[in-house]
Structure formats: structure tokens, C-alpha cells
Design a protein around this ligand. Sequence first.
Ligand SMILES: C[S@@+](CC[C@H](N)C(=O)[O-])C[C@H]1O[C@@H](n2cnc3c(N)ncnc32)[C@H](O)[C@@H]1O
Length: 478
Amino acid sequence: MSGTFYIGSQISESNVFVAYYNKLKKLCLAFKDVELSTLISTKSSTDSFCGQVDYVFTDPPFGSNLNYSELSSLWEEWLRLKTKNEVEAIENKSQGKSLDDYRHLMTECFREKYKALKPGRWMTVEFSNTNASVWNSIQTALLEAGFIAANVSSLDKQQRSFKAVTTPTAVKQDLVISAYKPNGGFEQRFQNEAETEDGVWDFIRTHLEYLPVTKYQGALMQLIPERDSRILFDQMVAYYVRKGYPVPISSQDFQIGLGQRFIERDGMYFLPEQAAEYDRKKLTSGHFIQTKLFVSDEASAIQWLRQLLKVKPQTFQDINPQFMQELGGWSKNEEQLDLRELLNQNFLSYNGIGDVPSQIHGYLSTNWPEMRNLQKNDPGLVAKAKDRWYVPDPNKAGDLEKLREKSLLKEFEEYRQSTKKLKVFRMEAVQAGFKKAWQERDYSTIIKVADLIPNKVLEEDPKLLMWYDQAVTRVGGE
Ligand SMILES: C[S@@+](CC[C@H](N)C(=O)[O-])C[C@H]1O[C@@H](n2cnc3c(N)ncnc32)[C@H](O)[C@@H]1O
């Protein structure tokens, strides 16, 4: 934090009776509708919980944020009850606990909560950390315990935490993860469907039901990233991997199938009745907030280009300067790709032969009055459309993705052959290689390549960590 100016915290003595009186008022308000048939127990969340519950709320430690047991030693001496800190879920050098230990302990805690929760019910996890690797540990732990995360939003607790008040860079708002335990009906059906595509669509149908239909910031509607086709695909893959099944569908076929089975609105997928509700609400709210995408690696660069070209198909010369401005935050381990290569591998350009593709035609006729009501092969339209890059429709995107996968796998093969640690590489290539190795039950390749990439990168990428963890478990198990 050197070079950061901030106002140090100011201490004022407050009247303890006033403070407690105010707290009491709040507590009375909070508990006035609660029926008091409660069970209170003090024990580690890694221990089993007897009984079944309807809902779980949990506020776990955030990595190495605070050393709770050490900080509590004073009053614990008075209370004569000490924290059993072997199972304290934190990252702590003096206790010899690494980030890995933190993740394993959190997984154990979540597993117990999973067992106690009734099928189809929710758990809320409060979380606040600026550190990507701790954030990913929580996501991975949730997944390994069997939960499916449906939504992440911010929570304004109004009362700031100790860290948020005393450190200038601390996150001021907590995040809330809403995760559910799949319902029994689905889990049972899945046993028979897992090897077929039916399992995929059953998973997606069930998952869509749990996702919020609308999200607002003030009066404006927000996009819901969890309904994006790529994120849905990742969720489905994660579920299959955790259950130990190969994924029975390629990402290309997934994109096509999704469009055939569900309803698309503004790049998000809905069940029919949800789409109707979404349409109704959009009519009254109207405007959208576009969340700004940060380009930091190949995947986010593709996503950024997709957003750009979907709104306006344009030429390389137009795209290039805008793209260059976005490259400030490129991750240092990620190989920087040429814009031409990114475009060639993921998008299509109209070369002036044949009909103008509808994506470009739509854009031109909406924005240029003289381009309206023209045939798709009109010379004026063709000239204006030539050399513009556009987002392919899913059927053509499939062919492109196959080509791209081939080149990614070629690159992965080079990593696999490497004898030295990899410093700069394509994360997308590692992911494609891990996925293929997983399908072929070639767990040793996953472990070998994972050992070649920097630990920090592995810890910060939930997808890689998932393949790696599962591969280690399977090798150990066999
Ligand atoms: C973020 S704090 C929760 C603060 C609490 N919600 C409050 O408002 O006072 C996390 C708590 O989890 C506790 N903890 C750590 N490991 C645990 C475990 N294995 N089982 C149960 N609690 C644990 C810590 O001691 C700490 O008190």
C-alpha cells in the first residue's frame, strides 16, 4: 500500500449502554417474527449436523483475512472454551495452513451443509475478498461439495467490517453467493441419463429454473451473466466432471441445442414461462445497463469482440484501435494473441461474394436509411458490407470452433512435451487439452501439465483447478 494516502481510523469512546441499547433494538426487530424453537450448537462446521434443514446461511472466513482463533484467545480464556483450531478454515502460515488447506477445509464444511440441506433448497454464502485465488477456492469448494452456484450479487451490510474501515484498499461491499442443492428428482433421473444428451438438457432445464429472471440496478435492468450460453456450458461441464462422467456433448452442439430448446432474449436463455415474465418486465423497465467487460485474456478478448461485433459488424481497421485500448490489463502469464488470429478463429468476415449475411444486413438497414429495403445482393449494400467482421450464427460457429479446437490442442501438445515450467501460455489451450484428456480418462496428462504452470495461475482459475483436483482424486482412487 506504499504511496497510498488515507485518513487513519479515528477512535472515539462510545457509551457502552447506548451502543447495546441500539443493538438490542435492532435484534428485537430482526427476531420479532421468528418462532423460537431453536437449536444452538457450537462446533466446527466440518462436524456432522444431525437433522435436515430448509436453508443455510453461512459467513465463512475469507482466506487469510483474519486470524480468528488467535484473536479470540483473550475471551476464550475467560470462557474456558478454546477454538479447536486444527479445523479452523483459514489460510495461516503459523498454523501451517496453505490456500490448499483452506480450500479442503471449506469443502468439508460445505459437504456437511450439503448433507444437512433438503434437496432443492438454498444456501447463501456471504463472501468478501479482493483476492481472486481465495474467491476461486470458495467456488471450487462449493462445487466439490455438490452445490450449484446460481447467482452472485453484492450485499450492502450498512455496517462496515473492521477490515473495510481500517484498510483503504479493502472491498467495501460483501458478495452473496446463492447456491442450491439439486433436487432429488433430477439427481435420480440423471443417474440414467448421464451418458446421453438428455442428461445435459435435463441439467440445463433444472438449472434455468433456479436462476433469477430479472436483475435490477436501481430502476435499470441488468444482464444476468449466469444465463449466458458459455457460462451455462461451463456449469454443465462442472457438474459432469464432479459426478465423474465424460461430457456427452461438444460446446458447438451445446450452443445449437440450447437455441433449439430454450428461448433466447438479449443473449440470455430462459424457460418459456420465464421468457414471458422477462418480456413483461422489460416492457415496463426498458433500459439496460451494459456491464463493462475487462479484457485480460483470450477468453475475455473473444467475449469483448463478440459484444462489439454483435452491435456493429465492422472492418479490421475499425476494430483494431478500439481493441488496442482494451489491452492494458492483459494477464502476464497469458500469451498475447494477434487481433487477426482472434478474428480468424472466432468470427467471420464477408468477402463481398454472394448475399450479404443477415447480421450485417440487419445492422446496415437499421442504421443507414439508404440501405433499407435492398436485396441482399444489391451492389451498394455489398460494397458497404464488404470486409466487415460479424458474429457467426451457431451452425457456422460450430465449424469455426472445431478448427479453433484443433489449433488449441496442437498448442497443448507442445506444453505437454515441455520439460520446463511454462511461463507464458494460452489458458484456452490448457483448458481444451484438459477437457480432452478428461474425456479420455488420461488423468496423468492433466496432472503433468498442471504441474508445469505457475501455482498462482492454477489457483486463480476455477476451471483448471476443477480438472486438476478431480484428476488427482481419480489417480489417487485408482
Ligand atoms: C467472517 S467470520 C463470521 C462472523 C460472524 N458472522 C459475525 O458477524 O460475527 C467467520 C467465522 O468462522 C469461524 N470458523 C472458522 N473455521 C470454522 C469451522 N471449521 N467451523 C465453524 N466456524 C469456523 C471463525 O472463527 C469466524 O468466527
